[in-house]
Design a protein. Structure first.
Length: 156
């Protein structure tokens, strides 16, 4: 029971990110931030355990079947990137703040690179640049708010 109590707030945050991303509530001139990558990057930088992250990814994939079944390629790429971030994070700086701002743009670049290579999405350099800037700004705000009101970072 403690396991579910530990991942419930994270699961609700991911589902909220999925809902806001699907609704387009934060759409600014056609640019929507990738809230799912922000949410998962925050969780990875907060040193979420493998078991908890795996359960959260499984719940995320299961919930996405009902919320957005047409997004399967993108959600699969996001799940793979989250696992890759979990593997890469211990090899980074060790500072949660720096790791967050390294992992988030790297994951976004990999996300759009994989979509471009698989030819499943048209690649517009200006749209991707706008989303990168918007996602980094919103990610920074979410990271700061999470640091102030959430659990403490392992760096400072």
């Amino acid at each position: 029971m403690r396991f579910f109590a530990r991942i419930l707030p994270s699961a609700l945050a991911v589902l909220l990110a999925l809902f806001f991303e699907q609704s387009g509530a934060l759409n600014v001139r056609g640019v929507v931030p990738n809230l799912l990558l922000i949410a998962f990057t925050v969780l990875v930088c907060r040193k979420m355990a493998w078991r908890e992250l795996g359960a959260l990814l499984a719940a995320f994939i299961a919930a996405s079947v009902f919320v957005s079944p047409f997004w399967w390629p993108e959600l699969g790429i996001i799940a793979g990137l989250v696992l890759a971030m979990q593997v890469i994070r211990p090899r980074l700086t060790g500072n949660a703040n720096a790791d967050f701002f390294i992992l988030l743009p790297g994951a976004l670049a990999a996300f759009y690179g994989i979509l471009w290579l698989s030819r499943s999405s048209p690649f517009s350099f200006f749209a991707v640049t706008g989303e990168l800037v918007y996602t980094m700004l919103l990610g920074g705000v979410i990271w700061i708010v999470r640091t102030w009101y959430g659990e403490k970072a392992y760096s400072i």
